[in-house]
Design a protein around this ligand. Structure first.
Ligand SMILES: Cc1cc2nc3c(=O)[nH]c(=O)nc-3n(C[C@H](O)[C@H](O)[C@H](O)COP(=O)(O)OP(=O)(O)OC[C@H]3O[C@@H](n4cnc5c(N)ncnc54)[C@H](O)[C@@H]3O)c2cc1C
Length: 478
């Protein structure tokens, strides 16, 4: 295997992005880094380790993975559970915890900050670590292609021998093509993760949400928590709803000794057969889906790009609702709201939106309906999920990386062209020895690449690769 050449002088590593991914790369690097190493994390605003998912103070925002599986270290998934148990009853911590509990995301942000602190204490005093507040806007390759200059918006330049792009989730696409002037209105919320996303919405105001996923659930429950009584309408192409986690006995690793199918149809048939066989033994489908997780990268990589495109066209929405499930208490709250008629999931597409004297007129076309209909609401919140096509996101960092040929799309524009270890591929010209990424940008290469169980495994692989030869695969065993 080709390994990254190591510089002879002390290594300078710059990590762009201080969400969970950036924090975990730093936490993996610190205890291993040789004396003299300088590690800098550049983060535009959020406290280190929080990113978009864990920078929330809402108690209704829960993790969608049980506490027993959210540990920050790939070989110790139970670490978070033990950390919580040591703090029971303290402010922000529960009084009791069980392994299957879904805890507030805010607490998880605190945990990641603790993990980083622990790693700093384990590092040699001769290893320098700093978090720098700023916006990275450019990465310019050094002559000789053995490193780069990272440029910040204020003009500061940092020399780097290795750069990690831990830039995470890009803001979503604009959901309606007709009526784009509404995007300048205060009645439209483009970034649902912003702390003030539901601020100023009256208790009886009707709200339209574009999307029906986990972020739409967050927004709905936050509205309810602030006393909202109006109607909330979630609009998505198919009107599907995410399923809930259900405790089951667990299913055996049925794919362990099987080769991965090369077609989507063969894979679907195999999973369906297993769901039927498990059901006959009283094991729910949820356990079968969970048993796929350790194989998700292998399954994705066995499909060629045509088969992957087929998956996106036909199966993606169904995969999302079965795989990324809701905490049971969140599901129960949403079901109660739906039963009261306060929450609706509609299968429709947006036709037009415009601001009126008293609010917004949102025209939709319901699936199979004969005509359009118009909803009159006070607020429109975009929860369509992060975008992945870098060329459509007008951020100077991505514009510059694209222009310099340092980042390229995978063929389906799901993320960046990269090796499974996170090393980025130069536009039409092979791996870049000093540039890595992890998390969402690896979606095209690995598909499941956004949640902590994947990110912690990738962080370890990248840390080892940055510091020396690596042979491990980024797949998490849990
Ligand atoms: C609402 C929500 C809930 C989730 N819940 C869970 C869950 O319960 N369990 C789970 O496992 N996963 C969950 N996820 C998945 C989640 O994506 C990951 O767990 C994790 O947050 C991804 O971290 P990240 O660091 O890759 O990205 P992000 O969280 O997006 O962090 C990227 C960071 O980089 C910074 N940044 C980006 N560009 C620049 C730049 N140019 N200069 C400086 N800074 C920059 C941003 O400010 C940000 O802080 C959730 C995701 C969302 C959106």
């Amino acid at each position: 295997m080709k390994t990254t050449p190591q510089p002879t002088a002390p290594l300078r590593i710059v990590i762009i992005g201080g969400g969970v991914a950036g924090a975990l790369v730093a936490a993996q690097l610190l205890p291993l880094a040789p004396d003299g190493t300088i590690i800098t994390v550049i983060e535009r605003g959020s406290p280190i380790g929080r990113g978009v998912a864990y920078n929330t103070h809402s108690r209704s925002h829960l993790l969608n993975v049980p506490v027993e599986r959210m540990g920050a270290h790939p070989d110790d998934p139970g670490h978070f559970l033990r950390w919580v148990r040591e703090r029971l009853g303290r402010p922000g911590c529960p009084d009791a915890v069980s392994p299957g509990d879904f805890l507030p995301r805010h607490l998880y942000g605190e945990y990641i900050a603790y993990v980083l602190l622990e790693a700093r204490q384990a590092a040699s005093p001769a290893v320098a670590f700093a978090v720098r507040t700023g916006e990275a806007v450019d990465v310019a390759e050094r002559e000789g292609a053995d490193g780069a200059r990272v440029v910040l918006a204020d003009g500061t330049e940092l020399a780097a021998d290795r750069v990690v792009l831990a830039i995470g989730n890009l803001p979503g696409e604009y959901p309606v093509r007709s009526g784009r002037q509404v995007y300048r209105s205060r009645r439209y919320v483009h970034t649902p993760w912003a702390p003030d996303a539901v601020a100023g919405i009256g208790p009886d105001a009707d709200v339209v949400i574009a999307g029906q996923g986990l972020t739409a659930s967050d927004i709905t429950l936050e509205l309810v928590a602030q006393g909202h009584r109006g109607r909330i309408v979630c609009i998505s192409r198919r009107g599907l709803r995410h399923k809930a986690h259900a405790p089951g006995p667990g299913h055996h690793d049925f794919l362990k000794d099987e080769p991965a199918p090369h077609t989507l149809l063969a894979l679907l048939r195999r999973v369906r057969a297993e769901v039927r066989a498990a059901a006959a033994r009283g094991i729910p489908w949820t356990d079968v889906v969970d048993a796929l997780r350790p194989h998700s990268h292998r399954l994705w990589q066995a499909l060629d790009w045509t088969e992957r495109a087929r998956f996106l066209r036909h199966l993606r929405p169904y995969w999302e609702i079965h795989r990324h499930r809701l905490a049971p208490q969140i599901d129960a709250q949403l079901s109660a709201l739906a039963a009261q008629g306060r929450l609706e999931f509609i299968a429709a597409r947006f036709i037009h939106v415009e601001e009126t004297a008293g609010g917004l007129a949102v025209t939709i076309h319901r699936r199979r309906a004969p005509a359009d209909e118009t909803l009159f609401v006070a607020k429109f919140i975009n929860c369509t999920g992060p975008r992945s096509d870098y060329s459509k996101y007008q951020h100077p960092l991505l514009i510059n990386l694209l222009a310099r040929g340092l980042i390229d799309h995978d063929p389906l524009a799901l993320g960046a062209a990269a090796l499974p270890t996170g090393q980025l591929l130069r536009h039409r010209n092979g791996p870049i020895p000093w540039l890595y990424t992890l998390g969402s940008p690896l979606k095209g290469v690995l598909w499941e690449s956004t949640a902590v169980p994947e990110i912690r495994a990738q962080a370890r692989v990248i840390a080892r690769e940055l510091l020396g030869p690596v042979t491990a695969s980024p797949q998490d065993p849990s």
